[in-house]
Structures are given as C-alpha cells and as structure tokens.
Design a protein around this ligand. Sequence first.
Ligand code: SF4
Length: 243
Amino acid sequence: MLCKTVACSPGHDRLIRLMVRAAKPREKKSAGDARIREIFSRLAARNPHPRGELDYSNPFTLLVAVVLSAQATDAGVNRATKGLFAVADTPEKMVELGEEVLREKIKTIGLFRAKAKNVVELSRQLIARFDSQVPKTLEELQSLPGVGRKTANVVLNIAFGEKTIAVDTHLFRVSNRIPLAKGKTPEEVEKGLLAIVPDEFLQHAHHWLILHGRYICKARKPDCPVCPIADLCLWPEKTVLPI
Ligand code: SF4
C-alpha cells in the first residue's frame, strides 16, 4: 500500500504499512504509537522551541495576559498590555492602579469590564492568600477569579515548566480531527493527550498543536496540501491531492 499524499516523503510507505499491517491488538497499539510519535517528531522538527505569542515579563504578567486573552487575539492583548505592564507588573501595583484605570487601559479587549474586575480581585487574592506569588498548582490557580483550567495549564507550562496540556479551541479541533485524542470536552481531550503523547514531546505538545490549528489545520478551510502531517492524518475530509 502506497501513501497517496503530496506531503509524503521517502520512508512514509514503511510507516503506513506499519499502521495498517497488524491485526493483533498489541501490534495495532504499537502502530498507533509510531504514528503519534511521528506526528510530534515532524511538528518538533519544524519548530523546536515554540513559544506562546503573549508578551509578559514574569509569572504575574503572564497570568494577567492569559486571563485577558479569553475571546481576544494575542496581538490585541499585547497592544493593551504594553502600556499596562509598564505601570503594573506586580499584584500590589495592579491593586493600586484600581479597576477604573485598568478598564480604561484594556478597553480595546473584548469583555474588558469583567476582565478588569477579575484581574484586580485576583491580584488582591494573590497578596492575601499567596504572599503575592503566582501559585504552582492547578487547583490553587483555578481558585482565582477569571482563571479556568486552560489558563491555569498555560501558566503552569510556560511559567513553571510543567508538562501540561492547555486545550484551546484550535487544539480541541485538531486533536479530534487528526485524530490524536478524541473527546467531547476540553478536559477529555487534555487527559487523552496526556496519556498518549510521548514524554519527550509533552512540554511543547500544546504549543505545536495550537499553532498547527491556528495556521494550517484551520477551522473552515484547513491547508491540507501544505500540511506536514497530511499522510498521518485520518480525517476523511482532508483535502490532500493524489500523486
Ligand atoms: S491533513 Fe488537513 S485536516 Fe489533516 S491535520 Fe493536516 S491540515 Fe488538518
């Protein structure tokens, strides 16, 4: 059986054979493992040191930037936080700034009123409950106003180097589409990926998948002809061209 995708390169046929050859369950799992490993190997080779696109200078400003980024673009958040973080890069300074001034500084971002309220209150709680430090556990982070599971996982991954998977709308789509881990909720996809992604790829896995979804495997019109993992993607609607 030959690979029929334009993105195929020499050696893929052997991988495809490995994927479809085995009838025994143990061999099937091994073929699946090889496919997952190959997907992340290729994404890693194209971008060995991926980083988020939000600007920040310390764990607190990262936390604030991620809270502000809900339903907003990273570029839009960066434009607003440039001036904000110049005057308020600690919880104390943010409380001092106050909700009204903060609202004015972030008014170009969607949901700015609710976000300003949450950012001032989470700053107060960091001072009162965590000695002005950003906590390092999922549960503690999620106990702060405006901080959901995705935000907490982003902060743990980027600020503290934890091997977490932050599931955003892009990652949720591509994981179900390729598929890697399927799930009806972001948490199901997160747990599925944690179980199947090889350990050496876990640190950057969510970055690679988010960027893949944002720039190639787009929601309405995925760029399958230029996709680096097209021959490994099992989505029936992929639009790769036959050779
Ligand atoms: S082949 Fe198309 S659908 Fe599959 S991962 Fe690549 S861009 Fe997405």
